[in-house]
Ligand binder design. Structure first.
Ligand SMILES: NC(=O)c1ccc[n+]([C@@H]2O[C@H](COP(=O)([O-])OP(=O)(O)OC[C@H]3O[C@@H](n4cnc5c(N)ncnc54)[C@H](O)[C@@H]3O)[C@@H](O)[C@H]2O)c1
Length: 434
């Protein structure tokens, strides 16, 4: 039987990289919920109920009644950002929430002033803020970030810290065995200031793990998705999770594709496009940054509708994903999916999905759940890649060096989540993933 989680004593520090639309929506919602002025809708840790026990002993309980999840009242926030605005100013600028939903927690938000970012403009050309550590080496970044984490702990008196990346998507860094293969090689590259292979996000992740903090990658960056970081997570006994919050279009895809697969319908093409106008959209308008997102978004379908398993149904389907920067919509993304399927005797049919969503409103509960569950995992002695968190992520990490296939199917991911909660609560992981 897996380890039962230890109690959540003391305060939980949540240090977020990036104090933009997603982060400020997350923080504002937590503060408002604490005051009883809003509900954290969409959060599994706050709403979902799962079964524990079987037969006569069967009960449906909220997560907090199964495992010791940290309370919202115990969260203390901090952040880093390239821009100097505090969380209140940034929430207003983001225009996600109405002022009436921000004003009641203005003081709490104003108190969150971003620390200087470990930033390299070559990784996000469209950003030009000056609240950065300046032109320092990658190794200096690691050292300064470690100091920031330690100071935050000292100043706030928090017991534990989780580090969450909700900053811009960096340009794509392909995994290179020579640099990313072992911790030793990665550290050598950081010390040699290898700016091409070491993204700033890797410095945040390495600093976090060395300081005993779980690290979560909410963007599609490859930051902790290579053997060197897996090795560090194992050595430091810290959980890591990633990549890319599964919010709008990909959530729909990972929930809808199983309908096609379960009914043995065929697929000839799936075209996804969307328009969004927030800063995330601006950064993703840069082809090198979009490439990172594209790799992440494309991976979802292939592991749900698998050509090798059903060649008559899924051979050679055309899958295309586009994102278009369109300022008038700001954070209110509109997504279109056109799905070309075929049925009995190969007759074609089409499905159209038009999702008018709000990006940060969908991402905020994922931030909360990922943070609380990573903290829980650490207290349960779990470390390395946390596959049970795949439910929340578009491009779940997996050991590709061993040919492992990621689980993208939403309902299989949900089983993995429920089993992990059961185990960390001292129950049996009793559901089959099939
Ligand atoms: N909202 C969603 O639905 C969703 C879904 C999946 C992933 N994401 C990802 O979440 C991230 C945040 O999205 P957002 O809408 O809040 O974007 P945003 O542009 O509003 O905020 C990102 C912030 O990160 C800061 N930043 C960039 N590089 C940094 C660095 N090296 N150190 C510190 N700060 C840095 C930027 O200055 C900016 O303020 C993006 O990478 C996005 O792709 C969002």
């Amino acid at each position: 039987m897996a380890e039962k989680a230890k109690e959540a004593n003391g305060k939980l520090g949540v240090l977020v990289v990036g104090l933009g639309a997603v982060t400020t929506t997350f923080m504002t919602g937590v503060f408002m919920a604490r005051k009883g002025l809003a509900k954290p809708v969409g959060s599994m840790t706050q709403f979902d109920k799962i079964r524990v026990g079987r037969g006569e002993n069967k009960k449906y309980l909220h997560y907090k009644d199964i495992v010791p999840i940290a309370s919202l009242d115990d969260i203390v926030f901090g952040a880093w950002d390239v821009y100097p605005e505090n969380a209140y100013e940034s929430a207003i600028n983001a225009e996600v929430l109405k002022e009436k939903d921000i004003e009641p927690v203005k003081d709490e938000l104003k108190a969150i002033k971003p620390m200087k970012a470990a930033f390299d403009k070559n990784y996000a050309k469209r950003l030009d803020g000056d609240n950065t550590m300046g032109d320092i080496t990658r190794w200096e970044m690691v050292e300064r970030l470690r100091e920031d984490i330690r100071n935050f702990k000292k100043e706030t008196g928090v017991e534990r810290v989780v580090v969450l990346w909700a900053a811009s998507t960096e340009v794509y860094v392909a995994v290179d065995e020579k640099v990313h293969g072992t911790e030793e090689a990665m550290v050598a590259a950081m010390k040699a200031d290898d700016k091409e292979h070491i993204a700033p996000s890797m410095c945040y992740a390495y600093a976090a793990l060395l300081e005993g903090c779980p690290f979560i990658m909410g963007a599609p960056n490859t930051t902790v998705d290579f053997p060197a970081m897996w090795e560090v997570a194992e050595r430091t006994k810290m959980p890591i999770a990633g990549k890319d919050f599964k919010t709008g279009q990909t959530l729909v895809k990972s929930g809808f594709a199983p309908i096609i697969g379960t009914r043995c319908l065929g697929l000839s093409g799936w075209f996804s496009t969307n328009i969004l106008g927030n800063r995330d959209g601006l950064v993703l308008d840069e082809p090198a940054n979009f490439r990172t997102k594209e790799v992440s978004k494309l991976s979802t379908l292939e592991s749900i509708l698998v050509p090798e398993e059903q060649p008559d149904l899924y051979n050679d389907y055309y899958h295309k994903v586009r994102i278009n920067y369109y300022p008038p919509r700001n954070d209110n993304k509109e997504g279109w999916d056109n799905i070309d399927i075929f049925g009995w005797m190969g007759y074609p049919m089409q499905i159209k999905i038009n999702f008018l969503c709000r990006d940060s409103i969908l991402a905020a509960p994922l931030c909360l759940d990922l943070v609380l569950l990573s903290d829980l995992a650490a207290r349960a002695g779990r470390y390395g890649t946390q596959k049970f968190l795949s439910f929340f992520l578009k491009s779940p990490m997996h050991d590709y060096t061993e040919g492992e296939i990621p689980v993208n199917h939403l309902f299989q991911q949900y089983v993995m989540l429920k089993n992990a909660i059961r185990e960390m609560g001292g129950y049996e992981a009793d559901e089959e993933i099939d």
